[in-house]
Design a protein around this ligand. Structure first.
Ligand code: FAD
Length: 430
């Protein structure tokens, strides 16, 4: 049995549904329960970058080209923030932006799909989006899957990470991705017993979504670690989430690595029995893997290759420049700077955009440095449950807060706004 076949404790790099903090991508704190003093705090330093010249200004002066690679939370926010200051080219292989923070809700209720796959057409006013994959990136030059080469004054690496389905999708086609979610929804609806391997934030959220959508199902959530949620969060938060999981009938097995990988693919409807090393036997009709973040950084070439760490993340300096580089930045899940959260990616995007603007304006001294954020998180358990913690506060965030911040609307309006579409209308594909 290899280590990789076992549910592992959530890594420090695991995607973690948390209370996103920054500015435009931050969930609006519930009005009634979040007085200013307890609202999520941003520890982001304000960019001290001076106002840059408009790229249009100055006779004969052409705007610098910024190639942003990856159109997830980090890339879209960076591209949008730079759109009026540079010639922005966003490279992204997927048909649409995927708001994967809400992906587990879409498994439980596929009618959410059009609201979480949002077209890029309204994102940029000046810049353009190229639908392709970067296959090789060196300082100043990006080679696409098509063979086209893009020359860039600045490069932003925002290629994020992969994570097992249904939390994230590896399909570029929106139609195919929707079909896969619908098939998994159908499979879960026919399964009486569901096994979720990995009791980090994603596994907990998935258990909550399944029970909320199908109250009769028997859900087992297991982890190799001795507690849920990983190491960095408060024991009281874990206790509260365990209590809520027990209340809704989820069986939680801890310190229980599987002896063997289930003999079925994740998401496949097929009854099996597996044993844990602690001696428990679990029979389930379907299972999902909720661990295993894989940074997408295999395209780094030339002098950029040295910045790829042994675990695949890209090493950055405090200005979020790729180590050893002046004009190449990395942020979001793929970068080594902080924990892996959409909210953190959005905060980093503002900093990277400010730093690129400072460099464009020739104001090197105006570069702002990034500070890691304190652990904070919200974990929904279905649309109405869950709990959270936030930096600087001893109090747990109650279920009502979590429901208002994420559980009920899954923050879709916020991201629809960023993409320039109405969240209610959703994408154009259905
Ligand atoms: C189920 C779930 C719930 C979550 N909930 C929350 C939450 O509530 N709050 C929160 O803050 N965070 C949450 N997260 C974490 C959050 O989703 C991630 O931190 C976030 O996706 C990181 O954004 P990113 O832009 O760095 O990367 P990604 O979202 O992974 O986007 C990267 C993009 O780059 C593209 N790409 C990859 N390789 C290439 C290439 N070679 N060329 C071009 N493009 C490429 C990909 O197609 C993708 O569109 C959750 C995660 C999951 C899985």
């Amino acid at each position: 049995m290899s280590d990789s076949s076992q549910p592992r404790p959530p890594q420090s790099t695991a995607p973690q549904p948390r209370s996103p903090q920054p500015r435009s991508l931050q969930p609006r704190p519930p009005q009634s329960t979040a007085p200013q003093s307890t609202a999520p705090q941003s520890t982001a330093p304000q960019s001290t970058a001076p106002q840059p010249r408009s790229p249009q200004s100055g006779a004969g002066q052409s705007a610098p080209t910024v190639v942003v690679i990856g159109g997830g939370y980090a890339g879209t926010s960076t591209a949008k923030a730079l759109d009026q200051f540079a010639d922005v080219v966003l490279v992204e292989p997927k048909d649409d932006f995927v708001h994967n923070v809400a992906s587990l809700r879409a498994l439980a209720d596929p009618s959410w799909l059009p609201r979480i796959y949002l077209p890029y057409s309204g994102l940029l006013a000046r810049g353009r989006v190229i639908q392709d994959r970067a296959v090789k990136v060196d300082a100043g030059r990006v080679t696409l899957g098509s063979g086209e080469e893009l020359h860039a004054d600045y490069i932003v690496l925002a290629t994020g990470s992969g994570y097992p389905f249904p939390a994230k999708s590896d399909l570029d086609s929106t139609a195919a991705a929707h079909e896969k979610v619908r098939a998994a929804h159908e499979a879960v609806s026919r399964a009486a017993r569901v096994l979720i391997a990995g009791a980090g934030p994603v596994g907990i959220e998935l258990a909550g979504e399944i029970v909320a959508a199908w109250p009769g199902k028997q859900v087992t959530l297991l982890d190799a670690a001795g507690d849920i949620l990983g190491e960095q969060f408060r024991p009281e938060l874990k206790a509260e989430l365990r209590r809520q999981l027990a209340d809704i009938g989820v069986r939680v097995l801890l310190a229980s690595p599987l002896r063997h990988q289930p003999p079925a693919d994740p998401g496949e409807l097929r009854t099996f029995t597996v044993a844990t090393t602690a001696g428990a036997e679990i029979t389930a009709d379907i299972w999902f893997r909720c661990y295993g973040v894989v940074p997408s950084s295999d395209y780094l070439a030339g002098e950029l290759a040295a910045a790829r760490l042994a675990d695949g993340f890209i090493e950055v300096n405090p200005y979020l420049q790729v180590t050893g580089q002046d004009r190449v930045f990395a942020l979001g899940d793929v970068a080594s700077a902080d924990r892996k959260m959409a909210g953190i990616a959005a905060r980093q995007a503002q900093l990277v955009a400010g730093n690129i603007r400072a460099l464009i304006a020739g104001e090197r001294a105006g570069l702002a440095s990034y500070q890691r954020s304190e652990p904070s998180i919200i974990v929904p358990i279905g649309p109405e449950g869950g709990a959270g913690q936030r930096a600087g506060s001893e109090d747990l965030l109650p279920a009502e807060y979590v429901a208002q911040a994420k559980g009920r609307d899954m923050m879709v309006e916020r991201f629809a706004e960023l993409l320039g579409v109405s969240g209610r209308d959703g994408g154009t594909h259905e």
